[in-house]
Write a protein that binds this ligand. Structure first.
Ligand code: CMC
Length: 419
């Protein structure tokens, strides 16, 4: 591309590489003129070799592997290894990986007793989780040595391993149940379910279909390139903050209802609608600008969200065990009406990952407040893969510019002189 500054007649040639143009070339030609791109809608903030997302064609691949194949054949821990290391593990690599994750699931007693138990009984588990992840930074002060790859790796294992334990502890605290210690004889997902649901039985045996369904959901949520949470991770990580506080910042972004909080918002919306016959009026309200259809639309996907298609199939497996979620009929009616309505078609609004995941979580017995926590557990692998990539790229600190629109210079006025 040739860009010409019409004021001076000067030109610069910028090659298009991998679908992007190097903005530093533009900066040379236009010093002091900034690209105005709120919400970074037209900005590629980094090269990345982790997740390939083609929103026009509904394609999602982790390290080149289609999400459909990973969801069908792999486990979440295999996918976490793939995201972090770049390759699927061999049997010799997988066994020590699983062992390490399994043996790092315990959390320091003070995290639970002093810290988590200090929250108010009705504290939102996402607020607790974000704080608890950040608090881990104080338990592993060596984590701030981010330049040592071995040290980084240790924190990655700790974070992936401890997320389910923290998540379960947040839940148990909010329902007034005693904390359940990790059981190293169980796999990642079964162990999480045991820490959540165990009551008085000596060993909690998760239903294998439900455990597998949750594992598939973990795979689907493990990464999604430069979304809001991952961008927070990379932004805070670019300041060379330690991985715990960086992950806490990513989880904080995920908490928002426009992001990972949407799965919770979907259930609130479906409950509020209440019955299938009220769907058309609800759709009319959305079209008139009175609220949004939660679980619909995506910044990148403009044909369909491939994760939503897999989740719909997983929902059938789960409902065969738990019985159908009564809100499912309302969701299906919404999807049917919306997908044939020009408002949604013209804006390319389709169900996203959050539209059906909440229905599954609810049928499995999770309280709605836990839904975003269930998103954060697997997304930790993705956040950390991006964190390592960022450090290996030796990226500069994220520091965008602004277009200043405030008042110009003026003199201080004493309080009694102000109007
Ligand atoms: N319901 C109704 N209208 C919508 C919706 C929706 N869910 N999403 C977008 N629109 C309309 C919007 O009003 C706008 O219309 P117009 O051009 O007439 O002003 C147009 O579609 C474009 O919307 P936008 O807000 O510019 O799109 P965006 O890319 O900034 O927002 C989004 C993406 C996901 C935040 C948005 O679609 C949304 O708020 N969806 C509901 C929340 C949700 O489901 N979020 C989960 C996203 S997937 C998982 C994740 O990211 O964690």
């Amino acid at each position: 591309m040739t860009i010409t500054d019409n004021r001076s007649g000067q030109s610069v040639q910028v090659p298009i590489v991998d679908g992007g143009v190097d903005a530093s070339e533009w900066r040379k030609l236009l010093p002091g003129v900034w690209f105005y791109d709120p919400a970074l809608m037209t900005t590629a903030s980094t090269p990345s070799a982790i997740t390939d997302l083609d929103g026009e064609n509904g394609i999602l691949r982790y390290r080149g592997y289609p999400i459909e194949q990973l969801a069908e054949h792999s486990t979440y821990l295999e996918v976490a290894y793939l995201l972090i290391h770049g390759e699927l593990p061999t049997a010799q690599q997988y066994e020590p990986w699983v062992h390490e994750i399994t043996y790092h699931t315990f959390i320091h007693e003070n995290v639970r007793k002093r810290f988590l138990e200090g929250f108010h009984h009705d504290a939102h588990p996402m607020g607790m989780l974000v704080s608890a992840i950040a608090a881990l930074s104080t338990f592993y002060p060596e984590a701030n040595n981010i330049s040592d790859p071995d040290n980084r790796y240790k924190q990655i294992v700790r974070l992936i391993a401890k997320m389910p334990t923290l998540a379960a502890a947040c839940h148990r605290n909010s329902v007034g149940m005693p904390f359940v210690y990790p059981d190293n004889s169980l796999n990642f997902t079964e162990n999480f379910l045991a820490m959540l649901w165990k009551v008085a039985e000596p060993r909690y045996a998760a239903n294998p279909t439900l455990a597998r369904a949750l594992d598939v959901l973990f795979i689907l949520h493990a990464d999604h390139e430069q979304n809001c949470g991952t961008t927070a991770m990379r932004t805070v990580g670019s300041a060379h903050a330690d991985p715990y506080v960086s992950t806490a910042s990513a989880a904080a972004a995920l908490y928002g209802p426009r992001h990972g909080g949407a799965n919770e918002a979907v259930i609130h919306m479906l409950t509020q609608i209440g019955s299938v016959d009220r769907v058309p009026q609800f759709i009319e309200d959305v079209k008139a600008g009175r609220g949004r259809l939660q679980g619909f639309g995506h910044r990148v996907y403009k044909s369909y969200d491939p994760r939503a298609a897999i989740i719909k199939k997983t929902a059938d497996d789960v409902f065969a065990i738990t019985g159908k979620n009564p809100l499912l009929d309302i969701a299906l009616a919404i999807e049917e009406v919306a997908l044939s309505d020009d408002y949604f078609i013209s804006r390319k609004l389709y169900p996203n990952v959050d539209f059906y995941s909440g229905l599954i979580y609810q049928a499995m017995g999770f309280p709605t407040e836990m839904f975003t926590v269930l998103f954060a557990i697997p997304r930790t692998a993705g956040w950390l893969a991006h964190w390592v990539e960022l450090l290996e790229q030796d990226q500069k600190i994220v520091r965008p510019r602004q277009i200043y629109t405030g008042v110009g210079a003026r003199d201080y006025v004493a309080m009694d002189g102000r109007t």
